[in-house]
Write a protein that binds this ligand. Structure first.
Ligand SMILES: C[S@@+](CC[C@H](N)C(=O)[O-])C[C@H]1O[C@@H](n2cnc3c(N)ncnc32)[C@H](O)[C@@H]1O
Length: 235
């Protein structure tokens, strides 16, 4: 007898969501897998792996998102909209998806429109450093998955965040030296470490670490530095 697929119900239970919301998340994933056949948005191509590595993984930071102050949310270097779209759908926050590759952003805009959530989820096709000049201090919370080292992420995030705003970093592995260096940049970037949590996804093999920083005070360095510097020449 074929095993019953209980993933939707299981995820709804784990994250305290209703089944309709998880079904909406899955529709998003299926649309991204479809678009991915034409535009390279993600290396994940099946529903099975996407459920774990995109949806579950994105939702893993929901707890940290809820602990951030109320207000605008942006996902930096969003690629195929992860973790930005799942977190936007479960939190109801007004969300901006940011990516420098315009054709990815155009494709995301189309999928968001098809889901009928374009009033709450909008897209920015440009670099994070450019956004920081346009929307300085406007965001309550930011996420970044698979984007850069912690110190680069803190540097990119600091000018975008309001006071007490939070940066939620999704990381696979972090060397001790990477975290120590990030913590040492507290005064320079006006970002302090708030939490650091490690866990495993339900596939039993993917380890994940979520590190959160908070904007406190004002950086001693003028930010943003010249476009590209935060990632090419990290502090
Ligand atoms: C490896 S992908 C990760 C995508 C997604 N966050 C995920 O985890 O599936 C990194 C994305 O960040 C974008 N990116 C890198 N640096 C950026 C910058 N400075 N400003 C805006 N987007 C950037 C790239 O275009 C790419 O789509």
């Amino acid at each position: 007898m074929e095993e019953k697929d209980t993933w939707v119900e299981d995820i709804a239970g784990t994250f305290g969501l209703d089944v309709e919301t998880v079904q909406l998340l899955e529709s998003y994933l299926l649309k991204i897998i479809e678009v991915n056949k034409k535009i390279n948005l993600t290396r994940i191509e099946t529903l099975k792996s996407g459920r774990v590595l995109h949806l579950e993984d994105s939702l893993a930071g929901f707890q940290e998102l809820k602990e951030a102050p109320a207000g605008l949310y942006a996902d930096l270097g969003t690629g195929g909209g992860f973790p930005g779209v799942p977190l936007a759908l479960v939190s109801g926050r007004d969300t901006l998806l940011v990516d420098s590759v315009k054709k990815k952003v155009t494709a995301l805009e189309e999928v968001v429109r098809e889901l009928g959530v374009q009033d709450r989820i909008t897209c920015y096709g440009g670099r994070i450093e450019e956004l920081a000049l346009e929307k300085k201090g406007r965001f309550a919370v930011l996420t970044a998955r698979a984007l850069s080292s912690l110190s680069s992420l803190m540097e990119l995030a600091s000018p975008l965040l309001e006071q007490k705003g939070r940066l939620i970093c999704y990381k696979a592995n972090i060397e001790d030296s990477e975290l120590e260096h990030a913590v040492a940049l507290k005064e320079t970037l006006a970002m302090r470490l708030v939490s650091d949590r490690s866990f495993m996804l339900s596939d039993g093999v993917t380890t994940r670490r979520i590190v959160v920083f908070e904007k406190v005070g004002y950086p001693t360095l003028k930010l943003p530095r010249r476009t590209g510097m935060a990632q090419k020449k990290p502090l």
